[in-house]
Design a protein around this ligand. Structure first.
Ligand code: DX5
Ligand code: ZN
Length: 215
C-alpha cells in the first residue's frame, strides 16, 4: 500500500483549511509539512503556531519535515502536539541517535532525512531504530524543482540494507515526484511519495493523487 503525502508548501495558504479538506477528500494518506528556517535552507515557511492549528483540523496523520539547523528544540513540542511522523536531517545534528530515541520514546514515527549528496550508508549504525528514511530527490528549500534521478540508486541501496536489518522501515521520497516517476520509485521500493506542485498545481487533486497511487 503506497502512501501519498501532499506537501502543503504548494497549497493556497490563505485558504489552508479548505485545501486540507480538499486533499483529504481526494485520497491523501498523510499531510507533509515543510518547516524551513532560512538557515539550513534558503527559504522560510512556518513553525509551531501554524502546525498546532493544522493538527486541530487534520483528519489524517501529519508528517513534519524539519529543514532547520536546530531540530532538537522542536521535537518535544511537536511530540506534545501528537504529530505522527517527524524527520530530522542527518546534516543538521551531532547527536542524531539521541534525538531519534527521544522521538521513539514519545511514540512518534522517527525518520532521518538525507540531502541528495548525503550517502545512505550514513544511517546504517542506527538503521534498526528508524521508522522511516526520507530521501530528498531535490535540494531542499523550494517546491516545484526538477526531480533528481540519482535518488533511484539510493532507494535500491537502502532497500538492500533494510531487507536484512529493518524490513518494516518505510522509504519516503520528497521532491519533484510526479505521474511519470511515481511508478519507478514504487517499483524500486518507495513506500511514501511526497508531492507538492504535482498535486496542488492542478485543480483536480483527486486525479493527481490517483496518478501517483501506483501499486
Ligand atoms: C522541498 C520540500 C518538499 C517540497 C516538494 O524542500 O521538502 O516537500 O514541498 O515539492 P514538489 O513536489 O513540488 O517538489
Ligand atoms: Zn519535504
Amino acid at each position: 500500500m503506497i502512501k501519498i503525502a501532499p506537501s502543503l508548501l504548494s497549497a493556497d495558504f490563505v485558504n489552508l483549511e479548505k485545501e486540507i479538506e480538499l486533499v483529504q477528500n481526494a485520497g491523501a494518506n498523510i499531510l507533509h509539512l515543510d518547516v524551513m528556517d532560512g538557515h539550513f535552507v534558503p527559504n522560510l515557511t512556518f513553525g509551531l503556531p501554524i502546525i498546532r492549528q493544522i493538527k486541530k483540523i487534520a483528519k489524517i496523520p501529519l508528517d513534519v519535515h524539519l529543514m532547520v539547523t536546530n531540530p532538537e528544540i522542536y521535537l518535544e513540542p511537536l511530540a506534545n502536539l501528537g504529530i505522527e511522523y517527524i524527520s530530522i536531517h542527518q546534516e543538521t545534528v551531532l547527536h542524531l541517535h539521541r534525538q531519534i530515541l527521544l522521538l521513539k520514546e514519545r511514540g512518534v514515527k522517527a525518520g532521518i532525512a538525507l540531502n541528495p549528496a548525503t550517502p545512505v550508508a550514513t544511517i546504517l549504525p542506527i538503521i534498526s531504530e528508524l521508522d522511516f528514511v526520507l530521501l530528498m530527490s531535490v535540494n531542499p528549500g523550494f517546491g516545484g524543482q526538477n526531480f533528481l534521478p540519482l535518488v533511484y540508486n539510493k532507494i535500491q541501496k537502502l532497500r538492500e540494507f533494510t531487507k536484512i536489518q529493518n524490513p518494516s522501515l518505510e522509504i519516503e521520497i520528497d521532491g519533484g515526484v510526479n505521474g511519470e516517476n511515481a511508478k519507478s520509485l514504487v517499483k524500486m521500493g518507495a513506500d511514501i511519495l511526497v508531492a507538492g506542485s504535482f498535486v496542488f498545481g492542478n485543480s483536480d487533486y483527486k486525479k493527481q493523487i490517483q496518478k501517483l497511487n501506483v501499486q
